[in-house]
Design a protein around this ligand. Structure first.
Ligand SMILES: O=C(O)Cc1cc(O)ccc1O
Ligand SMILES: [Fe+2]
Length: 450
């Protein structure tokens, strides 16, 4: 299998599909047959429904899951705000039209998942369910025993760059490694453990509106890009603990809260529905590209999209990747050309290098990032331009061992203070170094030479 990242079976088992209505039970018979809410649920479980869309949302986008659990999640003490000056969840945004780039973010930050999430940029307001947020995360610790977390603000798409996330969710367990991604829908309780204490670092995209979908394939047909069968969903796995104290953290309009309870949130014995966390191996992506000439738009590399219903084709966020692929275009400048985009483009690099930018120190490096905001000009840097203008156009496989990605959004995104200054990773000379050295190479016919 040439296009998969992982050949060794991992320790967890999964169901597969994208937005399929799934059923899973850790004990045979735990799921009620033929109904959701019997007078008494099997084995004395409680039925609880989690709605991911309005009850009356159209069928194609309607998402809900019924969970059958030992204690309802409603059984908890009052939420209290977690007062911290530095929890990484800033809401103040600075709007900057410059091209921005960041050096690799730190790997060894002595915090856990909850405290290791730093918002770097974003737009909109979770209260109005409209907007996005981009995060850089880094942690060296598993979440404390008996703690769980959920995000009421949006769905979180996590892109690990370093270290494996062992994620326990209400719906079961997910192991997410670099070159895989996962999506944790709003409201689902989870906790993140490190594997062998290896630090974790990566990126996350939060969408305040709706949920991710697979992009339409149009004339491509019914396969390619990310295929539905390659998405992996946990199977029910529960623990029974009604004796110890648990702390549930909640991000609610960008503010961290916590509430205690006397039972584990991970007590779901069976569930049924289509509102659940999932993961995907980016190595499975079936990349499409030109086999004749010119550079197609990067929308062709969309793994997942969250659309605005108001404007078909306009995404509040697309998750786009640039995997290893063949370039065969004839008489073509193969990297993206110079461009300005009404969408904003936030890019990260999981490993390797990216076709339009020099790697190396001070360049676009793995674990670093860049942001080209709405209508901010960008494109290949001088070195990439010179190379691509003069290279022999033989078929060539590019991006070997690489995986760059982009969060593309219709919003103009603002940068947090953390992103602008506090993280201390911003490259001050990015714009000048990339495009300042481009020469006037205009060579008109002699009659126009003045
Ligand atoms: O700016 C970038 O590097 C991202 C990008 C890639 C591509 O192939 C076409 C357009 C585009 O914005
Ligand atoms: Fe771009």
């Amino acid at each position: 299998m040439p296009y998969t990242t992982f050949e060794i079976p991992e320790k967890y088992t999964y169901q597969t599909g994208f937005l399929s209505n799934l059923e899973t039970e850790a004990i045979p018979g735990a799921l009620p047959v033929g109904q959701n809410s019997p007078q008494k649920c099997p084995y004395g479980l409680y039925a609880e429904k989690i709605s991911g869309t309005a009850f009356t949302a159209p069928r194609w986008e309607n998402q809900q899951t019924w969970v059958y659990r030992i204690i309802p999640s409603a059984s908890h003490a009052t939420f209290a705000p977690v007062v911290s000056t530095d929890n990484g969840l800033e809401t103040k945004l600075n709007y900057v039209p410059d091209q921005l780039r960041w050096d690799p973010f730190d790997l060894n930050i002595d915090v856990d998942w909850i405290h290791g999430l730093n918002m770097v940029a974003g737009a909109g307001d979770p209260a109005l369910k409209n907007g996005v947020a981009y995060y850089i995360y880094g942690a060296t610790r598993s979440m404390a025993d008996n703690t769980a977390y959920y995000d009421a603000d949006g769905d979180m798409l996590i892109v690990p760059q370093e270290g494996t996330l062992d994620i326990q969710t209400e719906m079961g367990r997910l192991l997410v490694r670099p070159n895989e991604i996962c999506v944790l829908p709003r409201g689902i309780r989870y906790r993140v453990d490190l594997v062998d204490e290896h630090p974790i670092r990566g990126y996350a995209l939060e969408i305040y509106n709706g949920h991710f979908q697979l992009p339409e394939l149009g004339p491509i047909g019914s396969n390619c890009l990310a295929n539905a069968r390659d998405f992996q969903i946990p199977v029910a796995a529960y623990s029974r603990d009604t004796k110890s104290n648990w702390l549930v953290y909640n991000k609610f309009r960008g503010q961290l809260f916590q509430a205690s309870q006397t039972h584990t949130p991970f007590d779901v014995v069976a569930w049924e529905g289509r509102y659940y966390p999932y993961k995907y191996d980016l190595g499975r992506f079936n990349t499409i590209g030109t086999i004749s000439y010119d550079h197609p738009d990067p929308s062709l590399n969309t793994v997942l999209t969250a659309t605005t219903n108001a404007h078909p084709g306009t995404a509040i966020a697309d998750f786009v990747i640039f995997p290893p692929r063949w370039l065969v275009a004839e008489d073509t400048f193969r990297p993206p050309s110079y461009h300005r985009n009404c969408m904003s483009e936030f890019m990260g690099l999981i490993q390797g290098s990216y076709i339009a930018k020099e790697g190396g120190k001070g360049g676009f490096q793995a674990a670093g990032a860049s942001l080209h905001n709405c209508m901010s000009s960008h494109g290949p840097d001088r070195a990439a331009f010179d190379k691509a203008s003069n290279e022999e156009l033989a078929p060539v496989k590019v991006g070997l061992g690489s995986m760059a990605f982009m969060f593309e959004s219709c919003y103009m995104v603002g940068i947090t203070d953390w992103g602008l200054t506090k993280c201390a990773k911003r490259q001050p000379g990015y714009s000048e170094e990339s495009w300042g050295a481009l020469q006037d190479q205009f060579c008109p016919p002699p009659e126009h030479n003045s």
